[in-house]
Ligand binder design. Sequence first.
Ligand SMILES: [Zn+2]
Length: 288
Amino acid sequence: MSKAKMALYLGLMAGGILASCSSENEQVNDSNTDNQAVEHPWTKTVPQKVVDAAAKLELNVNHLRYDTFYFPDGTSEDRLYVEEDIAMTEQEILTLAASKKEDKTRQYSTNNLVSQGRNISIIGYTGGGGYGLSSKEREGLQWAVNNYNRLGLSIRFTLTFGTNYNSKDMVVYHNPNNGGSGGQAGFPSGGRPYKWIQIYGLQNYSTNVNEHVITHEIGHAIGFRHTDWFSRQSCGQNSNEGSAGVGANHIAGTPTGYDATSIMVACFSTSADGEFNSNDVNALERLY
Ligand SMILES: [Zn+2]
């Protein structure tokens, strides 16, 4: 399969749109690294201690880079991106690595999860400046929240729409600065979910695709990893660098190999139905 595809889950402004080849479905690629240097004149080297800390966390260090992170008010700051669509600060990576327990309780999850029983307030941003969600994106968000709430997990989401996001646990917004298609989030910390979930370039896709991407990013924000983090097979890539230093632990009852219909695969299909598969549900019920 050629590495061409469309769009991405990642924060690259360099969102080259290319044709899918052998797959029957178009897929959405995470990266177009060829253009990255052109789009980002600044190339900041990731310090080795941060790379080492990321490896300790079993993050795929082949996809570790700096990019601009935009907040819904239009301000921005540099953050590290891991596995393309996950934003972290250097300090978060270092702190998480320092506190990592050598347990084996996770497969798709980070060590830090959202506190059991937490009611998560989530707001769909409706403000201006290009950061507000379209009606389709709002509907996708509603469906994504329904995906989680209908499972009866110990965590529940309370969704509102508006602009007053400061007091909310999570805010879902549009990033008009990203030329690709997909979303970004981060991992939980301190028992709280990651707050910022941005999506971009999904207007021409179905509501189901919007639902899929938002459900996926919420998955990261409550601690889920990419199910194909080891290979990025869903992106038509084979970036499996072996398990050295970046092995994967496993949640009982879920597959160890590639699970094409998992909502947590790294790249999405434009025919995605937006729904969890049974393994996703098992993993969620295991964690929450
Ligand atoms: Zn992702």
